[in-house]
Design a protein around this ligand. Structure first.
Ligand code: F6R
Length: 363
C-alpha cells in the first residue's frame, strides 16, 4: 500500500519524521533526558570500533565515524564488507565490531560479522529486521524501527540508521565524559525536535522537483561536501545513480583541486551540501572555484547560507537551521528527493531500478 503516493520511495521519504521520532523515543530514557540503550554496553571498556557495511549502510557508518570520533573521542575504522572480509584485518583487543544492515541478510556483511566472531570483544549490529541473520548472530542488535522498506533505494532506513548511530555516539560520549552535560542536553533537544525539522525540509518538495527537472538533463553530476556532509554527498550520488541512471560522483570538497576540478564545465551540475557550520567558508570557497570555471552549482544550505553564498548559484535549496551535528539526517532529505524527482522526470522505474535487488544475499 503506497498510502496515496505514486511510489513506495516517496511514501518512505515522507514517513521519515514519524519513524525517526519513534526511534528517538525508543532510545531515550523515560524522562527523555538521557540515551538508554539495551544491554550493558560500556564504552569506557572499549578503545576502538570497527564498522562494516555495504552501500548506503556503509555511508551511515562513515557518518558515524565523525560522530564517535568528535563526540566520544573514540577511534573508529569503517570498511566496505566485501573488502574487509577478504583483507582479513587484525582485530586488536578492546575492539567492538559494529555491522549496519537494513535487511540483516547482506552476504558480505554477514561474512564480515562471522570473521569477527571470537576476535572482537563484542559484536553489535544496527538492523531494520530484528529476526535477520545479522541480528541473530550479534551479541546485541539495535533495531532502527524504520518499518518495512519496499523501495529498492534505501531512504528511511538510512536516516533511522543515522539516528540510532548518533544516539549510540551520545551514549558513548556520556559514559566517557567527553561532552559537557549542557552540550549533551542540547543535542538531545535537537533530536527530539528532529521530526518537526524534517517536516519543514519536506516542504521543499516542490522546489526540489523543479531543480530535479533541470538536473534530469545532465549526463553527469558531481556532489561535494566537507566533514559530515562528505558521507552525505556520497549517499546523494549513490541515490541519483541508482534510480535515475545518471552518472554521479561525490568528492570531499577539499579534494576538488586534486583532480575532479578538471571535469568542471557548463555541462556539469555540482551539488554542494553546505549547512552554515564551522566548515561553511571552506566549502563555499570550493564552490567559488567551480563557479569561476563556468560550473553550475546547486547549493543546499540553510537560510543564513543562502543569504551569504547563493548569489551565483544555478539553483538553491534552503533547509531549516539545525545543530551541525544532526545535519546529515536533515540533508539526507533533499538528497533523496533530488534523486526521486530526477528519476520521475526521466521516467525510470523508481521502486525497482534495473539490475538492483533489495537484499543482496549473494556476493
Ligand atoms: C542503496 C541501497 C544499497 C544497500 C546495500 C546494503 O539505496 O539500498 O546500497 O544499502 O545493499 O543493504 P543492507 O543495508 O540490507 O545490508
Amino acid at each position: 500500500d503506497k498510502g496515496g503516493h505514486k511510489h513506495f520511495m516517496s511514501k518512505e521519504i515522507a514517513e521519515q519524521p514519524r519513524v525517526i521520532g519513534e526511534a528517538v523515543r525508543h532510545y531515550l530514557s523515560d524522562d527523555g533526558n538521557a540515551v538508554a540503550l539495551p544491554g550493558d554496553l560500556d564504552f569506557t571498556q572499549i578503545d576502538r570500533m570497527t564498522m562494516v557495511a555495504c552501500g548506503t549502510a556503509y555511508y551511515a557508518c562513515l557518518t558515524a565515524k565523525y560522530w564517535f570520533e568528535q563526540l566520544a573521542q573514540m577511534p573508529v575504522e569503517v570498511d566496505i564488507a566485501s573488502e574487509f572480509r577478504y583483507r582479513e584485518p587484525p582485530i586488536p583487543a578492546r575492539t567492538v565490531a559494529l555491522f549496519v544492515s537494513q535487511s540483516g541478510e547482506t552476504a558480505d556483511t554477514l561474512a564480515a560479522l562471522r570473521y569477527c566472531d571470537g576476535k572482537a570483544d563484542k559484536i553489535l549490529s544496527v538492523v531494520n529486521v530484528p529476526e535477520s541473520s545479522i541480528a541473530r548472530e550479534s551479541d546485541l542488535a539495535l533495531p532502527i524501527l524504520a518499518g518495512a522498506e519496499i523501495g529498492v533505494a534505501s531512504t528511511k532506513a538510512f536516516t533511522c540508521q543515522l539516528t540510532v548511530l548518533l544516539m549510540m555516539a551520545l551514549k558513548a560520549a556520556e559514559q566517557r565524559g567527553t561532552l559537557t552535560p549542557e552540550r549533551l542536553s542540547d543535542l538531545l533537544s535537537a533530536l527530539r525536535a528532529l521530526p518537526n525539522t524534517l517536516n519543514t525540509a519536506l516542504e521543499q518538495d516542490g522546489n526540489i522537483a523543479n531543480a530535479a527537472r533541470k538536473l534530469s538533463e545532465a549526463s553527469d553530476v558531481l556532489f561535494l561536501g566537507r566533514g559530515l556532509m562528505y558521507p552525505l554527498a556520497l549517499e546523494g550520488a549513490l541515490k541519483l545513480k541508482e534510480i535515475s541512471y545518471i552518472h554521479a560522483e561525490a568528492y570531499a570538497s577539499g579534494e576538488l583541486k586534486h583532480g575532479p576540478i578538471a571535469l568542471i564545465d557548463k555541462h556539469l551540475p555540482v551539488v554542494v551540501m553546505a549547512p552554515r557550520d564551522g566548515l561553511f567558508d571552506k566549502t563555499v570557497s570550493n564552490m567559488q572555484e567551480v563557479l569561476a570555471r563556468g560550473g553550475k552549482v546547486m547549493l543546499v544550505t540553510d537560510a543564513e547560507g543562502t543569504v551569504e553564498a547563493a548569489g551565483d548559484a544555478w539553483q538553491t535549496i534552503t533547509l531549516p537551521a539545525i545543530d551541525p551535528v544532526l545535519s546529515p539526517i536533515l540533508y539526507a532529505v533533499p538528497a533523496q528527493l533530488l534523486a526521486y524527482h530526477t528519476a520521475v522526470a526521466k521516467g525510470t522505474d523508481v521502486d525497482q531500478p534495473r539490475n538492483l535487488a533489495k537484499s543482496v544475499t549473494v556476493e
